[in-house]
Ligand binder design. Structure first.
Ligand SMILES: Cc1cc2nc3c(=O)[nH]c(=O)nc-3n(C[C@H](O)[C@H](O)[C@H](O)COP(=O)(O)O)c2cc1C
Length: 315
């Protein structure tokens, strides 16, 4: 069985430009959940968050938009607009671990309130036009909070659950709790997507061996750091190192050109590229040295020189 691979949402990285170019240069990714958008009171069609999701401008990887809010009416209104734009499925984010989000009872701030989640789903599901998928962590502070949620999810007609088996307190570090993931998987009557810390074929094979029921895998940092990972997993192909470096260089240059068109000040474009390099440098053996060199650049011309030198030295 060929696994399905979904590009994880990384706010600030996996935006429309990134996703479109990614699918041009790299194979093996079947879908992408877009970074979350939050509903605002009046979302006109020219709202930048909606324009970012315009299907005519998202022609690479099939996209599932993601919404983060604790308000069922706001959620439904935005999800139904997205449906009218052409999206058959939307994703609800109840995993975001950031303090400000959690404090407002959104994202992972909902995980320890099954009653709020039940009420949210009770209000949204009857009036929601698109199918609903949910992305969650196993808990806010305690890894077993999701165990109270799965039976509740089972009562609703959901598309799938994407589970990142960490608590919000862990942020993105520390061990993933595979035993808890397994318990959630066994309890769930919906399809479950595994997400977290897949950086290599060995990581993938170990997880796929342990969880044969899982058909779909979401990968974030592992794919940004090694964009060939999905094609390696699926097709077991390996390009030469120099072929890969050339592809990454072309990908980088296109990203730089596309972002340069929309980002005005010289610091904006270098800051944007630094965010990407924070993960992308992971591909190279001397990642830390590369990050340091790039982080020292503050002007686009210096940035271009430094990056060209880095790539020239790699081959
Ligand atoms: C910089 C950054 C931004 C993220 N933004 C989002 C987001 O917008 N929505 C979301 O559901 N998860 C977000 N995540 C979490 C990832 O989608 C993913 O669940 C997490 O990184 C674990 O998967 P990985 O180990 O494959 O990266 C973000 C993670 C990072 C590091």
């Amino acid at each position: 069985m060929i696994p399905l691979i979904c590009l994880a949402p990384l706010q600030g990285i996996t935006d429309r430009i990134y996703r479109n170019l990614f699918s041009f240069y790299f194979k093996g990714v079947d879908s992408a959940v877009a970074p979350f958008i939050s509903p605002s009171k009046k979302m006109k069609p020219d709202n930048p968050q909606l324009l970012e999701l315009d299907p005519d401008r998202n022609t690479g990887i099939p996209v599932i938009p993601q919404i983060m809010t604790s308000n069922p009416d706001d959620f439904t209104a935005l999800a139904n607009v997205l449906y009218d734009m052409g999206y058959g499925t939307v994703n609800w984010n109840i995993g975001c671990p950031f303090r400000m989000v959690v404090k407002k009872g959104r994202g992972a701030g909902m995980l320890c309130y099954p009653d709020r989640i039940e009420s949210f789903l009770g209000k949204t599901m009857p009036v929601l036009k698109p199918k609903l998928s949910i992305k969650l962590r196993t808990g806010l502070k305690h890894s077993d909070e999701a165990l109270h949620l799965i039976p509740l999810f089972n009562r609703f007609d959901l598309d799938e659950l994407i589970i990142h088996p960490r608590t919000a307190v862990q942020m993105y570090e520390g061990d993933v709790d595979l035993d808890m993931f397994e318990r959630c998987l066994n309890l769930s009557e919906h399809g479950v997507v595994y997400n977290g810390d897949i950086y290599s074929i060995d990581d993938f094979n170990a997880l796929a061996g342990r969880f044969p029921q899982v058909k779909s895998w979401m990968i974030g940092r592992g794919l940004i750091g090694n964009p060939f990972l999905a094609e390696n997993i699926k097709f077991n192909t390996e390009k030469t190192r120099n072929e890969k470096i050339k592809i990454i260089r072309d990908f980088h240059d296109d990203l730089f050109d596309e972002y340069s068109k929309i980002l005005s000040g010289p610091a904006h474009i270098t800051n944007k590229m630094k965010e990407i390099w924070a993960y992308m440098a992971g591909f190279f053996a001397n990642a830390e040295k590369i990050r340091k060199k790039i982080n020292k650049t503050h002007h686009r011309d210096t940035y271009i020189d430094v990056v060209n030198k880095i790539f020239d030295e790699l081959v």
